[in-house]
Design a binder for this molecule. Sequence first.
Ligand code: ADP
Ligand code: ZN
Length: 759
Amino acid sequence: VVVSEHTATVFLVNASAALASVAVGRPVRGEFTYVVPDVLSGRLVPGQRVLVPFGRGTALGFFLGPASPPAEEGVKLKPIQRVLEESPSLPPDLIALLRFAAEHYRYPLGEVIRSALPPGLSKAEEEKAARPDVQQFAVARVAEPPAELRRAPAQSAVLNYLLAVGGRAPLEEVAHAIPGARETLKKLASRGLVHIEEQVLQPGVREGLEQGRPALLTPEQGVAVKSLHAVLEAGGFQTVLLHGVTGSGKTEVYLRAVEHALSQGKGSLVLVPEIALTPQLVGRFRSRFGAEVAVLHSGLKDRERLFHWQALRKGTVRIAVGVRSAIWAPVENLGLVVVDEEHDPSFKQEDKLRYNARDMAVVRGKQAGALVVLGSATPSLESLENVRRGRYGVLEMKSRVDDRPMPGIELVDLRIERPREGGPILEEAPILSPPLLDAMQETLERGQQTILFLNRRGHSTFLLCEVCGLTLKCSDCDVCLTLHRSSARVVCHYCGLNSPVPDHCRECTGPLLKLGIGTERVEAEVAERLPHARVARLDRDSATSAERVTELLAAFARREIDVLVGTQMVAKGHDFPGVTLVCVVMADTSLAIPDFRAAERTFHLLTQVAGRAGRGKDPGRVLVQTYNPESEPVKRVLAHDFDGFAQQELEWRRALAYPPYTRLVAIRLEGEHPEQTARVARMLGDFLSRRMPPASAGVRMLGPALAPIAKVRGRTRWQMLLKAPTHAALAPLLTRLEVKLEEVPAGVKVTIDVDPGAM
Ligand code: ADP
Ligand code: ZN
């Protein structure tokens, strides 16, 4: 091998040169072969981040292992320039998982790895040790100001303040209360009168949300825990569906399994849909395992993320609790993976690497030889089918903790139970029917809490001209604008575009009707009808940050709120013992979505939100308002008939060849120019239909067709849907498509979405 330093070009002259396979952190497919320079020989470890020449410059690369020499002779290869870290950031099992993800989801491996790493490691820079986010506390070391402070009034004042608040306070708070306190505290510290203490911040933990270890397991929990312990003892891969009704105590089962894995010296990974919405679960993990838990969510700062990564990688922290992306956490010696609320759509990422963390959890468990527990009160049809086929084990918990009854669910037929006319504030038709208002009034009088669920935010979901019938649409998207009363704007929920509320139709100047009900309007109606109730709203508009969500939920837990109105954010796994009434304002909103999962989603949402009622000592009651009492999901929810619903829906899916009986791949196009996008869609459609495998392979294509929402952010959208009995049947076709995509003009973006979440 001849290395010429200045050009960094290497000519391969003999077969004995050490070669390395490297994934490059750029949007390019495949792995690249580099030469291992002599200085690095014997020093490379798979998973290390390296710097490699790439194109005209350099790029971050990931050393994957030795490479075999290229088949042709005389190929020019370049050397690895530098190793960026001593011990590899990526453990071998994670490399295997990321390789699988890259292949399965048809995404460049280098990009997959880069997106899995914390920001601190995804740049071509040497690794730094991360400091966690700390909070500083000032702690008084004396019980009263000593005589020496008599001539230092500022220092006395600060010390007196500290002593008045119990001798210890966050530095921030003192600095806020007393101007200049930071400097003063330094002086006090140098006198030895005050001590500055640092405490690592534990995100996701809030007072009042932690709970102790229950002394006794319920009989069903006992059986579940015993079975999981046995699987953990036996070791090896196994997936178990924990199907437990809402309030059956699934969290405690996870905790005991994690505890057992820990006692075996094994690490655990726990995935939850959304940290902000599951502070209680995080709190329970924290109070049980303390510093053994790394909490991973999107609100972390870069260095916190890096800190957790390094701690997990080193094995000093052995439990990771986190959202979707935590599936890539480098938990050492993985023994257990838990996916809570496994049916939740948020486990699917809808951009870049379009992975499903629930599915990856099973793959990771298989690769690591670990136990995978998928928990839900409303398992996905995919998981149910895997149980039916004997691939997954199943544990059922059919009763609630302490034998609390399941809430009674009653139907309110809006066609009969008409909401009464509103008062002066409500200019639009009201939506709360008399039975609903009566129930809320009673609940309020008993000092208990109500949750009101409606899966639409805003005030009115569309504005319609009374004269010409025109609806107000976004100029960039094919959707109606939502009226937001609080901000006095009309907003597009797809692109965020917003403008002042028009007072008349822009075509004919006719008056605009405010139609379609959103959470904001429900909140206003509650406030008017129950003037003594303390009402709050939980949706993306009211809870603009994770902090706000946690605060709202904590206030609700402390019973400072009587009625909580909200979107699906209120339907998640919350455990509020004070909630005895849950009202579904309109059960019909999610049924009309053009998606084969619409009925399943509706059923899940209604069951989950109903499950928030009656979790304490008082029994719960659920009222479901609807215009379609005959709809299948609504009827089944009313009867608590999960099995019946699943049975029927599975039959339907089989008949129409949808998952879990068929694998889907969506090809999505997005382009600036409508004609060009249509042309490319047809071109790709033709290409695919000409290369279809023989009919016996069972591959079918739907489309190309305009997407249900045909324009977003001014870009036209088309789609094709491939259906096949297995992924293997589709693989060759997709590989050809990837090559063909190189011909697609720059103005059109094509994405391959494997196992799409929604159509
Ligand atoms: P799920 O996730 O199944 O809806 P949770 O795990 O939130 O249910 O548990 C419901 C409630 O029951 C929680 O308040 C929890 O602390 C409590 N709980 C769970 N297990 C027990 C037990 N064995 N004894 C007493 N309370 C329990
Ligand atoms: Zn828009």
